[in-house]
Design a binder for this molecule. Structure first.
Ligand code: AMP
Ligand code: ZN
Length: 120
């Protein structure tokens, strides 16, 4: 089975078929700025290999998820989030329709920067 879904917008970003403003890239994970930011800092982290959502996660994904969680603070501060505890950031994984997920490729939102934010 292919690592990419031809109809998935984030797979197209991973493949370079749609441009993105990259924040980080390694063998497993891509991070890029959200096209409609809600906060002064707003980027997404995605696994390069397509999976629809957090609902599909199994034991084989724990290392990748752990790497994303460990990357979140590093990239958040690199992107301009202020230091903890006065600063900080928010991590969100919308999952399914009830969870407010619009793009069905697992992604972690990282929001931060001085308030007010547009949403949240
Ligand atoms: P969600 O509601 O969690 O599925 O959020 C999907 C996010 O993807 C939204 O915040 C969109 O603004 C963002 N998004 C959609 N298309 C792109 C794109 N081409 N580049 C960057 N971010 C995008
Ligand atoms: Zn995808």
């Amino acid at each position: 089975m292919s690592d990419h879904d031809p109809d998935c917008i984030f797979c197209k970003i991973v493949e370079g078929k749609i441009p993105s403003s990259k924040v980080h890239e390694d063998d497993e994970i891509l991070a890029f700025h959200d096209i409609h930011p809600w906060a002064p800092v707003h980027f997404l982290m995605v696994p390069k290999k397509h999976m629809a959502s957090l609902a599909q996660v199994g034991p084989e994904h724990t290392a990748m998820l752990g790497r994303m969680m460990a990357l979140a603070p590093k990239l958040a501060f690199q992107e301009g989030c202020r230091p903890y505890p006065q600063g900080g950031f928010r991590v969100v994984i919308n999952t399914g329709d009830d969870g407010g997920q619009e793009v069905h490729h697992l992604h972690v939102h990282v929001f931060g920067g001085p308030r007010p934010w547009t949403k949240g």
